[in-house]
Write a protein that binds this ligand. Structure first.
Ligand SMILES: Nc1ncnc2c1ncn2[C@@H]1O[C@H](COP(=O)(O)OP(=O)(O)OP(=O)(O)O)[C@@H](O)[C@H]1O
Length: 282
């Protein structure tokens, strides 16, 4: 049941942000004019400082935010033409703090959307058990309630839940922001394994440039107002930061940091100034 949906037929498949802008009711211009294409099965990371419009952009994809200008297309279809509820059931969403339902067990948190989509409770629970295994959660936790789990375990459940309706698209808003660095790294590794297996189209929002470099093949560095400071592969951004803002963000000038790439055993690693590996680039 858990398998990649291939959708490679012509056109501009993937997610297309076409000159989108968002001005909130109080006049705040969260995003001025943003365009970007996320290819099908690709992973893009939006990074930038607080308030640069990352969450606003992410939420345009599943219509939690409607753009004031421009359009978001999924496989050439304007999301405004699609029914909101059905759209959201087709797109996995991992919110900042997990957003689990506190009064439902872990397994039922994961099974909820498939049941809403018409699947029998029994089949949905059996799929949920597989997904919990996929995200590395022991079966013994399935009957617990979210408050009885650690932060890292809750985030795993949130990822399993987002995958439950087998969406083509996964939106992740600071998914691992609230967990400690070691657990965070473990969750990132899990994410890379899942992505290698399922090949979703993923948009991830993060403050953490190292996380962006580890998880994404395309990184968009944003400044205030959703202005693109630089977009490209981790390698290209590391090799030639577009300006001081990006250089500062990447931390190239931070003492002892000086990120660079090295090739080891056919893999490209990102290492810091002391040679410590920060991440692996594909
Ligand atoms: N509902 C809202 N009404 C008014 N302003 C808003 C609203 N939501 C967000 N904003 C503003 O829009 C700007 C962009 O917010 P957004 O949450 O998209 O940024 P972000 O880059 O995700 O920030 P963070 O990393 O802190 O989550 C900010 O100035 C924010 O205060």
């Amino acid at each position: 049941m858990v398998e990649a949906h291939r959708h490679d037929s012509g056109g501009s498949v993937g997610i297309e942000f076409k000159h989108v802008g968002k001005t909130y009711a109080d006049g705040t211009v969260a995003v001025a004019d943003f365009s970007h294409h996320v290819p099908s099965h690709g992973t893009v990371a939006f990074v930038g400082s607080s308030g640069s419009g990352k969450t606003t952009l992410l939420r345009m994809v599943n219509r939690m935010v409607d753009p004031s200008r421009g359009a978001v297309l999924i496989d050439d279809e304007d999301v405004r033409e699609l029914d909101k509820v059905r759209l959201r059931r087709r797109i996995g969403y991992v919110p900042q703090a997990g957003g689990l339902l506190p009064h439902r067990t872990v397994v039922d948190n994961v099974a909820t959307v498939p049941v809403l989509n018409g699947m029998s409770r029994r089949a949905a629970r059996s799929d949920a058990a597989e997904l919990l295994a996929l995200v590395g959660l022991d079966q013994s936790l399935a009957q617990r309630y979210p408050a009885q789990l650690s932060g890292g375990q809750q985030q795993r459940v949130a990822v399993a839940r987002a995958l439950a309706s087998d969406p083509n698209i996964l939106l992740m808003d600071e998914p691992f922001g609230a967990v400690d660095p070691i657990v965070r790294r473990d969750l990132q590794d899990q994410m890379l394994r899942i992505q290698a297996e399922l090949a979703k189209t993923i948009v991830i929002v993060t403050h953490d440039i190292d996380e962006a470099f580890r998880l994404a093949d395309d990184v968009v560095v944003l400044r205030a107002g959703g202005v693109v400071a630089q977009a490209g592969s981790p390698q290209s951004i590391l090799a030639s930061p577009a300006d001081d803002f990006v250089r500062d963000f990447v931390g190239a000038d931070r003492p002892g940091r000086n990120l660079r790439t090295v090739d080891v055993d056919g893999r490209r690693l990102v290492v810091d100034g002391e040679g410590r590996p920060v991440g692996v680039l594909r």
